[in-house]
Design a protein around this ligand. Structure first.
Ligand code: ADP
Length: 400
């Protein structure tokens, strides 16, 4: 292992910390794993390397201890000879607000900015920063880089990112659409460019996991994306509503006699596929229930698919056509069932022709589903947000 060749991508959530180690510049995955249930009475730690998996159950009271555990096990298990080989750490930061249109080396000013954005994303930016502080404590002298979920969407025009609310709310409180999953949408267009020579490139990217968003991308620049001020907006998701009439917040609070905080939390955690089906947010279970004829599962899936199809139609118009439609994330990569439902809603309007059998058997790999006669190419491309974090960290760490 060469000196200073290892880069770590970190995704720190409130109770979990996921990591991947890559050797650069060859982009070789060295190890991956996570600390889960941080702060609960019993946590879990796992580390995968060289086809081996090492798992452990123990209390992990906070992010500092999760990072200590991770770094200690990298040495103990012989994954790294010493910390000296670590050249940089890239941290996923969900909300970069209007300040960041690309990744940056983290310094005190950047930390202050990210802290100032906590009110816009309290569930994300706070734990993202905790992850950074924990790594910085141990790895003090190497570069740490912030990679923002929102950055790739900063190319939107005001007509696309402003909401029709009193203008001062937008200017004084920065209440506007930011969009999320930016690293994933960007990865998809970069990979697509290697796979096809479409020109001009007008691409609709569909990141459909339990959190889900679509983006309309023209010549590698986002013109529109479905998530909004927070990841609650846009298409329906596993437990989130996506776009709804905001009056629902007001009337549900009155009817249920609950605070707007409680209703807001229900819109985030008890809605979407879970809320409509009354069963589960997991698309795998809903697919089984749907095929078994369960009416609520069918209804939940129909709503889900219709909302995605509506956004695809909207983005097709926004882009004045599209050259490619790309699916990724848990559902988009793995579920031929959901892809078929979505494609069948949009194919006539968009002139899509695709291989039904190939779609049903495609799981977790790069495949072109459309036939040569299709007016829009349809692709499945597994996303890799960590490699985007690593590439930016590597690039910024090289700078003098
Ligand atoms: P997030 O990153 O937002 O938590 P994921 O991208 O992991 O979400 O997606 C989770 C969703 O993807 C779940 O609804 C799950 O059922 C679905 N999913 C994950 N793996 C598979 C698979 N192998 N086959 C079908 N669906 C899958």
């Amino acid at each position: 292992m060469k000196n200073k060749s290892i880069y770590i991508a970190v995704n720190a959530g409130s109770s979990s910390l996921k990591f991947k180690l890559y050797s650069m510049p060859e982009e070789q995955l060295i190890a991956s794993g996570m600390a889960d249930r941080i702060g609960q009475s019993l946590g879990e730690f796992s580390l995968k390397f060289n086809d081996e998996k090492y798992a452990l159950e123990l209390p992990i009271p906070n992010h500092d201890l999760a990072v200590e555990l991770l770094l200690k096990s990298l040495i103990e298990k012989g994954v790294l000879p010493s910390f000296d080989v670590i050249a940089g750490v890239g941290h996923r930061i969900v909300q970069g607000g209007k300040y960041f249109s690309g990744s940056v080396l983290i310094d005190e000013q950047v930390v202050e900015r990210i802290e100032s954005l906590i009110p816009l994303a309290p569930l994300h930016n706070r734990p993202n920063l905790q992850g950074y502080f924990a790594f910085k404590k141990v790895l003090q002298t190497i570069p740490h880089v912030a990679v923002f979920d929102t950055a790739f969407h900063q190319t939107m025009e005001p007509q696309d990112y402003l909401y029709p609310i009193p203008y001062q709310w937008s200017t004084q409180y920065d209440l506007r659409r930011y969009g999320f999953h930016g690293t994933s949408h960007q990865y998809l267009v970069q990979e697509l460019a290697k796979l096809t020579s479409l020109s001009p490139k007008k691409v609709i990217t569909c990141h459909i996991g339990s959190g889900a968003s679509l983006a309309a991308i023209h010549n590698s620049k986002v013109v529109a994306t479905s998530m909004g001020l927070t990841p609650l907006g846009g298409i329906m998701m596993g437990t989130r509503t996506g776009d709804i009439d905001p009056s629902i917040l007001h009337f549900a609070a009155l009817k249920l006699n609950e605070s707007h905080e409680t209703i807001y939390s229900m819109l985030n955690k008890q809605s979407g596929l879970l809320g409509v089906s009354g069963m589960t947010s997991d698309s795998r279970d809903l697919e089984v229930a749907h095929l078994a004829g369960n009416e609520r599962a069918i209804l939940a899936n129909q709503l889900f698919v219709r909302r995605i199809a509506d956004f695809i139609g909207q983005y097709y118009v926004r882009l004045h056509q599209a050259n490619a439609l790309v699916f990724t994330a848990g559902i988009g990569e793995n579920s031929g069932f959901y892809r078929q439902l979505i494609l069948d809603e949009v194919k006539d309007a968009l002139g899509i022709d695709y291989d039904v059998e190939l779609n049903l058997k495609t799981r977790g790999k790069v495949v072109k589903l459309s036939t040569p006669s299709s007016k829009v190419e349809v692709w499945v491309i597994p996303t890799n947000e960590e490699i985007m974090i690593i590439r930016d960290t590597y690039r910024l760490a090289q700078k003098p």
